[in-house]
Write a new protein. Structure first.
Length: 183
């Protein structure tokens, strides 16, 4: 009998469609939900409100994973190498504070691991890492049409131009950490 040690990771690194597609391919990941976190306005934000950049929320994913299969540290390494953590409030053509690179930790151990991973990866980048490390805040699930966006819209322009190349890079860099995936 195995024990299922489900834990939570909450991160943002640009458009949540990209980050969601990446984590959906990782062994040990049980569920990935796109949403919003880190905002300062009351109530449940909508995509339109968050996209305005005025709510303070970041587009994030909340990942439920089995810690017996994949570690928090391994997930963070995958995350940090799947987006550009050196550009403040921007990933490619996506610009604004809602696209910031952020790790929301759920306990002190996650905070320590996040800071250590950033420190270890710093020498791999030409510029300083600007990823924010903050205590987890309220997570708001994004609208239904954002969930599993890549899987449901693979032929859409954004998916073919942005997400598919990110997945190719992921498969090359982290093949041993991925579920069996067909291209």
């Amino acid at each position: 009998m195995t024990t299922n040690k489900l834990q939570t990771l909450t991160v943002g690194g640009g458009c949540f469609w990209c980050i969601e597609a990446i984590f959906n391919e990782v062994k040990g990941v049980e569920k990935v939900v796109s949403g919003y976190s880190g905002g300062t306005v009351p109530g449940t934000p909508t995509y339109r409100e968050v996209s305005s950049g005025r709510t303070g929320h970041a587009e994030v994913v909340q990942v439920t994973y089995d810690a017996d299969i994949v570690s928090y540290e391994e997930l963070l390494v995958i995350f940090m190498t799947s987006h550009n953590p050196t550009t403040p409030n921007q990933q490619g053509a996506d610009y604004g504070s809602q696209y910031r690179s952020v790790i929301y930790y759920h306990n002190e151990e996650q905070q320590e691991i996040a800071n250590e991973v950033i420190k270890q990866l710093a020498s791999y980048f030409d510029k300083p890492i600007v990823t924010e490390v903050s205590a987890a805040e309220k997570f708001h699930e994004a609208e239904d049409y954002h969930q599993n966006y890549y899987e449901n819209n693979k032929s859409a322009g954004y998916c073919t131009a942005v997400i598919t190349p990110k997945l190719a890079k992921l498969r090359k860099m982290h093949a041993k950490s991925l579920k069996s995936v067909t291209a």
